[in-house]
Ligand binder design. Structure first.
Ligand code: 6R9
Length: 613
């Protein structure tokens, strides 16, 4: 199946010898070996051959009504100029270029220019702090960074170049920073900075594509795990592209001529697969959304749908929940008759109320809603309805059915595959698929330990799931300490790490809790050092600022509860399970507390929580 799809849907420089050579238990995943191709040729040149003037990108800028359209011919030219510039400036095949930019055509051209010359890209979400950025640049060992002078989001200017300046101070690997102009304001240029727009104009519009092996690295993308530093997941060329293209076409019923509107930022996997690679591989027209759902008002998405004639809209549950609260009138003001399919996922489950509203109000009850389950690790959608298929049923709040070639299994606590149709358990995938991540950059051992060893022979997703008697899947949430705040994935350990570095903090425990709009909010239990007066200075504000500065704004705790001590086992492990129950007000199911070192700690925390909330 995959060999036939790869032959039909990709343009090869040299055709592959074997479809796959995989052994999940050893974390060996290889697809289409012997094959050579160039991803940028697949996303650009082959469409330029047939329809050069077709619009590839619609850049929906922050300022409503100022969209910019870029044709396939223009995007190929930009990509080639940029590819030539990178090459001339010493970027070589196998290097990794860090991209710190908002969603815009120059960012897409940067990704594709890397692909053109055989460099890997590492896009870092432009909401990350200087410290988070520098950690990712260092881990990826990038010598080149591409950024913009300033970003613009929700009517506000964001000083992205300044953040890069701060970040690269602690990155000895960085030799050059290309700066594109998003606003008029000239950036203060340092010795390593290069004016991107100007330099690009000096380059040729033809750039020889590198012939890449199927399993060469296409990109790294950092994501959070339950412990340790964020990990740079590695995706490769052919398998990733094929999987993104096929899922884009079949899950959303994308047809030639449709305008595809994925509003996720390119800094996340959703932006990579469904704003860039999937739609471009299919020769589609894709929207790059730079703004927010509420700027200049809560009608922004639907005004954009009307103005651009969007046919498939793919958004996050957190935004849908937020817009639902503003009322139907913001939706009904605009003509949404072009919409055919509505998608959700982007990191979290959608509750039934939001699903129904999306379906009934946004889609006027006529557009199927696809709740898509997947991860940075999976490269593309793995479980989702495919409404175009005859008899396909959709149940609100369920991710429904596996995609072609995906074999989900549910494991019980002992690690046995659950054979009955109706079951719950840890969600694993039994067979490799072309879009899956191949390893963690510089840490294959961690890849094995996280994904391959928990259930030998299976890929472990970290999520729990329920399978109904009809065989449909529903995702029940993470089984580890990863949480999802407004669709942004973060490990609670990363937040604890920052909180614990505050001079007045002795220790802390951070958990996620249900939040009406964000899906999950961040709740921090903090023990101050002895003798510190909590009243002196605002510890809570200080901690929030620290987390925003060190990680990103969205990771800042929504609630901080100062406690005398944390509930721990006798061996000193913090019992986060108990803390979660307290915050979710499930006091009757606190579970077995007999292993606790000091059970009175729990009573104090319950009391403190009542007073706080
Ligand atoms: C694509 C993306 C992945 C985590 C994943 C899971 C959660 C994703 C979901 C869902 C319920 C869905 N998740 N899709 N939960 N229903 N349809 O967002 O990747 O940022 O890596 O997050 O998001 O917990 O493990 P990523």
């Amino acid at each position: 199946f995959w060999a036939a799809a790869a032959r039909r849907r990709l343009r090869w420089i040299r055709t592959f010898d074997t479809a796959q050579d995989c052994d999940l238990s050893r974390g060996k995943i290889r697809w289409f070996e012997g094959g050579r191709l160039n991803v940028s040729v697949n996303c650009l040149d082959r469409h330029v051959d047939t329809c050069p003037e077709k619009v590839a990108l619609i850049w929906e800028r922050d300022e409503p009504g100022s969209e910019v359209k870029v044709t396939y011919r223009e995007l190929l030219e930009m990509t080639c100029r940029l590819g030539n510039l990178l090459r001339r400036r010493g970027v070589k095949r196998g290097d990794c270029v860090t991209i710190y930019m908002p969603s815009c055509p120059m960012a897409v051209a940067s990704m594709l220019a890397c692909a053109r010359i055989g460099a890997a890209h590492n896009v870092v979400f432009a909401g990350f702090s200087a410290e988070a950025l520098s950690e990712r640049i260092r881990d990826a060992q990038s010598s080149t960074v591409i950024t913009v002078n300033q970003g613009v989001r929700g009517g506000k200017v964001v000083e992205l170049k300044k953040t890069v300046d701060e970040a690269v101070r602690s990155c000895s690997s960085v030799q050059q920073v290309f700066v594109a102009m998003r606003t008029e304001k000239p950036a203060e240029m340092t010795a390593v900075d290069v004016a991107l727009d100007e330099e690009m104009l000096k380059e040729e519009v033809v750039c020889e594509p590198a012939a890449m092996d199927s399993e060469d690295v296409l990109f790294l993308l950092y994501t959070s795990g339950s412990t340790g530093k964020p990990k740079g997941l590695v995706h490769t060329q052919a398998g990733y592209l094929l999987y993104a293209a096929l899922t884009h076409r079949y899950v959303f019923s994308y047809q030639d001529g449709d305008v595809f509107g994925c509003v996720a930022d390119i800094g996340w996997i959703t932006g990579h697969s469904y704003a860039v690679y999937g739609p471009l591989a299919n020769g589609g027209t894709t929207v790059l959304f730079e703004s927010t759902p509420v700027y200049p008002n809560p009608g922004r998405y639907w005004e954009t749908v009307q103005r651009l004639g969007i046919n498939q809209f793919y958004g996050a549950p957190t935004a849908i929940r937020l817009l639902l609260k503003y009322g139907d009138q913001w939706v009904q003001k605009y003509d949404r008759s072009t919409l055919k399919t509505l998608g959700t996922a982007v990191g979290e489950p959608i509750n039934t109320e939001a699903w129904e509203w999306y379906h009934r109000v946004v889609g006027d009850g006529r557009c199927p809603v696809v709740d898509t389950w997947w991860q940075t690790e999976t490269g593309g959608i793995c479980i989702s309805p495919r409404p175009a298929e005859p008899g396909a049923e959709i149940i609100p709040g369920m991710a429904m059915r596996p995609f072609f070639g995906i074999q989900p299994v549910l494991m019980d606590a002992e690690g046995n595959v659950q054979n009955s149709t109706e079951a719950s358990g840890a969600l694993c995938i039994a067979q490799p698929w072309p879009g899956m991540a191949r390893t963690i950059h510089n840490d294959h051992q961690r890849f094995l330990e996280t994904y391959c060893h928990p259930y030998p022979g299976y890929f472990f997703t970290g999520d729990g799931a329920y399978r109904s008697k009809d065989g449909y899947y529903q995702i029940t949430g993470r089984l580890d300490d990863v949480i999802n705040v407004s669709g942004h994935r973060i490990g609670t350990a990363e937040i604890e790490d920052v909180v614990n570095q505050c001079p007045v903090v002795a220790e802390s425990a951070v958990i996620g809790y249900s939040h009406d709009i964000k899906g999950q909010g961040v709740y921090a239990f903090v023990v101050l050092k002895q003798g510190v007066d909590a009243q002196k200075g605002d510890v809570s504000q200080q901690l929030k600022d620290m987390v925003s500065k060190r990680i990103a704004k969205y990771a800042g705790p929504d609630c901080i509860q100062l406690v005398k001590r944390l509930p721990k086992t006798r061996s000193g492990k913090i019992m986060r399970r108990v803390l979660r129950k307290i915050v979710e007000r499930e006091l009757e199911s606190l579970g077995d507390l007999s292993t606790l070192d000091d059970p009175t700690a729990v009573q104090e925390i319950i009391q403190g929580h009542k007073e706080l909330c």
